[in-house]
Design a binder for this molecule. Structure first.
Ligand SMILES: O=C(O)c1ccccc1NCC(=O)[C@H](O)[C@H](O)COP(=O)(O)O
Length: 203
């Protein structure tokens, strides 16, 4: 089970996530998110994560940032992956991939019922709630019949106490969390980060 810990701004949290076995750490650069990170914070999170696990995926998460600007930013800051949320076209994904080859598509089955892996040339599909980063769970029955591929990531309203049940119900290739490992919006909890990774890994 691939585990992504998202919305990090503090290097110590990236170190903890990497040491406890996270496969990816995400940094949100999207105002006015309570998780919005500066370029300096992003660089520090990437360095800390890589120091703890050189194989970890570092992911730049953006919403509605122009695709070329997002890819250029991901490349300049040294992220491994670019995760795009919003109304991008397949052509915009191609433009981004020409600059930064590893691009993930984030979308919601609630708002995009015809969501299908590969339509945008994405490396992975992250299936989220209708409002990214809201901590709101969504109706996993929407997955029935959807062609999500095998490596898709389940996101939206996950936390240390519900992630195991969600994995058993949805059978994703991985999970992604942000609000559920916080003590307040934008404030990560080391204890919840550890518990989330352990619960996802044990499921
Ligand atoms: O987290 C945000 O504030 C955010 C802002 C803009 C675009 C994306 C954002 N988050 C994306 C993520 O990858 C979250 O981890 C994912 O939506 C799950 O969020 P949560 O329900 O809070 O666990």
């Amino acid at each position: 089970m691939y585990v992504k810990i998202c919305g990090l701004r503090i290097p110590e949290h990236a170190t903890l996530a990497a040491e406890r076995g996270a496969d990816a750490v995400g940094v949100v650069m999207s105002e006015p998110s309570p998780r919005h990170a500066t370029p300096e914070q992003a660089t520090a999170v990437i360095a800390a994560a890589r120091a703890a696990n050189p194989a970890i995926d570092t992911v730049l998460v953006v919403r509605e940032m122009p695709a070329v600007e997002a890819a250029t930013t991901a490349r300049r800051l040294g992220f491994d992956v670019l995760q795009l949320h919003g109304g991008y076209s397949a052509a915009e994904f191609a433009d981004a991939a020409a600059i930064h080859p590893r691009v993930w598509r984030a979308a919601s089955l609630a708002t995009t019922p015809a969501l299908r892996f590969g339509d945008y040339g994405e490396e992975r599909l992250l299936v989220d709630s209708a409002v990214a980063g809201s901590g709101e769970p969504w109706d996993l029955r929407l997955i029935a019949g959807a062609e999500l591929g095998s490596a898709w990531l389940l996101a939206g309203g996950l936390d240390p106490d519900n992630v195991a049940d969600a994995i058993r119900a949805a059978l994703p290739g991985g999970v992604d969390v942000s609000s559920g490992i916080e003590s307040a919006p934008g404030v990560k909890s080391p204890e919840r980060i550890e518990r989330f990774i352990a619960a996802a890994r044990a499921a």
